[in-house]
Design a protein around this ligand. Sequence first.
Ligand SMILES: [Zn+2]
Length: 124
Amino acid sequence: MKELATITPEDKESLAQFLGSKRIPFQTRSQTDPSGLELIEFLVADDDWENACNEVEQWMALAQEQAEKKERNRCPTCSSPHVEAAAVNEAETLTMVDVVYTCKDCGRIFTTNRRGQSIGGRHW
Ligand SMILES: [Zn+2]
């Protein structure tokens, strides 16, 4: 088995359904990162891994798109809608895809991890 992705529990159902629809068998394992955040690790067979990675990229892109639409990003400090996507930060493996935003009004830098929580003890 190889690690495919590590996601938050709230996304677990969505990814599980997605992999099911692609007929990719998987296992899940929960883990807690050093900051106490609960994460779900998805594992797939070595033979399926490459294919599954490609599929998961699609899923992540979709999830990200939906999250962005839902949020219409606003600055968490001054509520300004004038924010600019500064960078996409892809962690080592296919874990979280974070988009980093900069507020044009107050200069605050923040990420949208779906609902804007901080992930993995990173502070913005
Ligand atoms: Zn601001």
